[in-house]
Design a protein around this ligand. Structure first.
Ligand code: NAD
Length: 321
């Protein structure tokens, strides 16, 4: 078994590697050659922890396995460890033997940032200049850094429910050499691309905050009940997602579906755009929305790339098993 510990991931995986892995696996999912298994997520009744598994099989990329992990709210305070903890296990699709164990914490941040970046590449207007951020937590910094590589952005604008956190994303914009400005929610109309990555259960982005032609990547809603965008706005957009089943049940589209504003058939796979079987954006006035719910196959695809890189660079630890 190949072991790649958490501390090695940062030095191994570039944003470009994560982007390629995620773009390929979305394409495989849409072709039907990769599928996600049902997600398990349980409150285990100990340490207030939420624990679960996300798995799948990609018959093109030959990735089989699962990500195991979850959220331990007391970790930082009690143990000095981060609250989100996960590990990816890969198995040999030919034999079922365990193949690799890979640290999953940074991997999760990079694969989620890659997903919104893939959506920007395929759905945002080519002339997008203003990048809008809603959210300034841990994940937002990764999202913004990756997004800035997709277009020639000239400005970043940002809003956050906790304004004292905005310096987190301002720092990322500074490092990328793009000016940053804090705005009110209605200031988002200036943005050509908006990424939302918050943990809110009440929508903050309303239809009057978004201009025609914008691409919105909604990345925070990954659970029943969470919501970042008002259902009436989502219903005005062309909706794309990583996986339709998740989008309509635990993603941003769950609310517009429940309100009867859209139907399942209105939710399109981003993979179809990548494969060229869906035209994607068809006009400069269209609002496109990517409902990024986060699928296990993203983790497996990125973990496979990490294992290949670790072997190539001679830093993989091999354990007899
Ligand atoms: P974090 O705790 O570091 O940041 C939370 C963010 O949400 C902050 O910007 C905070 O100000 C904002 N927020 C909190 N309460 C709010 C409210 N009531 N209204 C508006 N904003 C509020 O968390 P994170 O690691 O950055 O993750 C953010 C979200 O992304 C979480 O919901 C997480 O589950 C989700 N997530 C999704 C994926 C995916 O694949 N789609 C992957 C990782 C994380």
């Amino acid at each position: 078994m190949i072991v790649v510990p958490e501390k090695e991931i940062a030095g191994l995986l570039t944003r470009a590697d994560a982007f390629d892995a995620v773009e390929k696996v979305f394409a495989s999912m849409s072709k039907g050659s990769a599928y996600n298994f049902p997600v398990i997520r349980e409150a285990i009744g100990y340490e207030d922890a939420l624990y679960g598994f996300k798995g799948g099989f990609d018959n093109t990329g030959m990735a089989l396995g699962l990500k195991a992990g979850g959220y331990w709210p007391n970790n930082l305070e009690k143990h000095g460890e981060i609250n989100h903890q996960s590990t990816v296990f890969l198995f040999d699709p030919d034999t079922g033997k365990v193949k690799a164990m890979v640290g999953g914490n940074l991997l999760t941040a990079l694969r989620t940032a890659a997903a919104s970046s893939v959506s920007i590449k395929h759905l945002a207007r080519k002339d997008a200049k203003v990048m809008g951020m809603v959210g300034a937590g841990h994940q937002a910094t990764f999202q913004l850094r990756a997004a800035l590589e997709q277009r020639e952005f000239e400005k970043v604008i940002g809003w956050n429910y906790h304004p004292e956190m905005l310096p987190n994303i301002e720092k990322v914009a500074d490092e990328a050499g793009v000016p940053f400005e804090a705005v009110e929610l209605d200031g988002l109309v200036e943005a050509d691309v908006v990424i939302s990555i918050t943990s809110t259960f009440a929508p903050t982005i309303m239809a009057n905050h978004i201009a025609p032609g914008t691409h919105i990547a909604c990345m925070g809603t990954d659970t029943k009940g969470k919501q970042e965008v008002e259902a009436a706005l989502l219903a005005q957009t062309t909706v794309f997602t990583d996986e339709v089943a998740q989008s309509i049940s635990i993603g941003e589209a769950q609310h517009a579906i429940a309100a009867g504003l859209i139907q399942q058939s209105d939710v399109n796979e981003l993979g179809a755009v990548i494969n060229g079987t869906h035209p994607g954006r068809t006009s400069d006035d269209e609002i496109t929305l990517f409902d990024g719910t986060g699928v296990g196959l993203q983790d497996l695809a990125v973990a496979s790339s990490i294992v290949d890189l670790a072997v190539e660079k001679g830093i993989a630890t091999i354990v007899e098993f």
